[in-house]
Ligand binder design. Structure first.
Ligand code: BYC
Length: 474
């Protein structure tokens, strides 16, 4: 399914055959560009960036690479091919033909899910807009911008659904996606993690690893949706998302590799003076980003989630691989709950525990990446291991909200928490120290003091390629 780039809005949905929709989207397009110019990467709008652009949605012809100025990136609408035989894979409507139109009784809920998903995309671009000035290399700068333009495209994906299937209120929601602002006191983004700051590159890599990974699991669940256009758009978004996760995971691996190298070289853990990030600070950043990302899965027990599932709107991760009735009417699921001052597991109705089941799949995925990071440290023969904090640690949503839970999963008093908070979460000094290392490295092939080069470049290009040209003056 090739993409029509001759159109003002590149697409593979035959947009030119639907004049009303085309006009509505062409009306939204300049507003998007206005938002991009105001809230997109600060200072780099005229730089030439070596970016990939989707050319077709099948596995082979995915992308072409070339230098592009970001405001000229060809954002568009790309859905995976329609399977005319697709049926709803779960819930009360399991086995019925997938919906090509919005089911009337679920209109409000479906719109809300799409808006919540859509809201995260511009939010992340806003959160990352100041990072360009402190890039650790041109390779990393290019990766940041690739992530940014693709999050912009993910916004297009959701806006297409709002315009195409929800009429006037969809159009209003699409406008609102451009007016909320990450971190704004008056008009914030919808979900907590998207109002946090991403002030430095360690935060960015953590965000791309932990928060984008929530994106992977949420998109995979929406890709199961009985509403076929949502399913098809999320399937294609997932292929883009994989690169974002790569940027996060390898960014942290390279940070660790460099820290270990400096620890060996100078025979000390206190590598701050040598331009490295101590492993204890990496752990604190990890604790922060993991916990705010866990909140993105919602409450452990959620009637919202049960309703989404029963209605056929939002499924589970890899629904087809799960060996059950895909309706879950009588099933139970083990959930960690806080009771009488301690955390213990109990069996709960599986339908209500769907957020927790998705969080479990996410945590297992995070554990696998953690093992790869620890291998980097182990290979350097350094006696330190990173760990994921307990799921109850530092939570603001759900079962553990309002409790003080240590990284090992003990409910502690507020005063004990305060005594240890500085060991568990980044302090102001930690953040200032990390910020002090964020010196830009903009000569091709050079890297900031705190991060190792990647093993290879992008798209088989050399590491020392000039991935971003025409940089703004310092
Ligand atoms: N912050 O039953 P509950 C991505 C609200 S990331 C603030 O616990 P539910 C990306 C909730 O809205 C993926 N509020 O939760 C990554 C509800 O409000 P109301 C984004 C929260 O509804 C990086 C109340 O609490 N996609 O793509 O089962 C870069 C109780 O709700 C939060 C999606 O999220 C929170 N963390 O599940 C770029 C998918 N959590 O009704 C992009 C769509 C809950 O009382 N969203 N609340 O007013 C959903 O599926 C669900 O809305 C959630 C929440 C999973 C987020």
């Amino acid at each position: 399914m090739s993409i029509d780039y001759a159109e003002r809005i590149p697409n593979n949905v035959s947009l030119s055959e639907d004049r009303r929709l085309q006009r509505a989207l062409e009306n939204w397009q300049p507003k998007f560009l206005e938002w991009w110019n105001e809230m997109g990467p600060a200072g780099f709008q005229t730089a030439d960036v070596y970016l990939r652009t989707a050319t077709s949605v099948d596995a082979k012809g995915w992308a072409t690479f070339g230098y592009v100025k970001m405001p000229e990136y060809r954002w568009g609408i790309f859905l995976t091919e329609r399977d005319p035989n697709r049926t709803i894979p779960f819930g009360e409507h399991k086995g019925e033909p997938a919906w090509q139109e919005v089911p009337g009784e679920h209109r409000g809920v479906l719109r809300r899910l799409i808006v919540t998903q859509g809201d995260t995309e511009p939010a992340s671009v806003e959160q990352q807009r100041h990072l360009g000035r402190t890039c650790p290399s041109l390779y990393d700068l290019r990766n940041l911008f690739q992530v940014n333009v693709e999050e912009g495209r993910h916004l297009w994906a959701m806006v297409y659904l709002l315009h195409g299937y929800f009429g006037r209120d969809g159009r209003e929601e699409a406008e609102a996606l451009l007016t909320r602002r990450s971190g704004s006191a008056d008009n914030p983004r919808i979900l907590g993690a998207f109002n946090e700051r991403t002030p430095d590159w360690l935060s960015f890599f953590m965000f791309a690893h932990f928060t984008d990974r929530d994106g992977k699991y949420q998109l995979a669940s929406l890709a199961e949706s009985g509403f076929d256009p949502l399913s098809r758009t999320c399937r294609f978004m997932l292929t883009e998302e994989a690169h974002h996760l790569f940027v996060g995971e390898t960014g942290i691996s390279r940070t660790l590799a460099r820290s270990c190298q400096l620890m060996k070289q100078h025979d000390t853990d206190a590598i701050g003076a040598h331009g490295g990030i101590p492993l204890s600070i990496v752990q604190k950043y990890l604790n922060f980003h993991f916990s705010v990302s866990l909140d993105l899965f919602g409450s452990e027990l959620s009637t919202n989630a049960a309703n989404y599932f029963s209605a056929g709107l939002k499924g589970r991760y890899k629904e087809a691989d799960l060996a059950d009735d895909h309706r879950l009417t009588n099933a139970t699921y083990r959930v960690a709950r806080a009771r009488d001052g301690r955390i213990a597991e109990s069996d709960e109705p599986a339908l209500n525990a769907l957020n927790e089941a998705l969080r479990d799949a996410y945590i297992a995925d995070c554990e696998r990446a953690l093992a790869r990071w620890n291998k980097v440290i182990e290979d350097a023969r350094i006696d330190f291991r990173l760990s994921l904090p307990h799921r109850g640690f530092h939570r603001a949503i759900g079962e553990f909200r309002g409790l003080f839970v240590s990284p090992t999963g003990r409910i502690v008093s507020e005063s004990e928490w305060r005594d240890h908070e500085r060991e568990w979460l980044p302090t102001q000094e930690d953040r200032e120290f990390v910020a002090s290392l964020m010196k830009p490295a903009t000569q091709p092939g050079t890297f900031a003091s705190w991060i190792a080069p990647p093993p290879r470049g992008i798209n088989h290009q050399p590491i020392e390629m000039e991935y971003v040209r025409n940089l703004p003056p310092d």
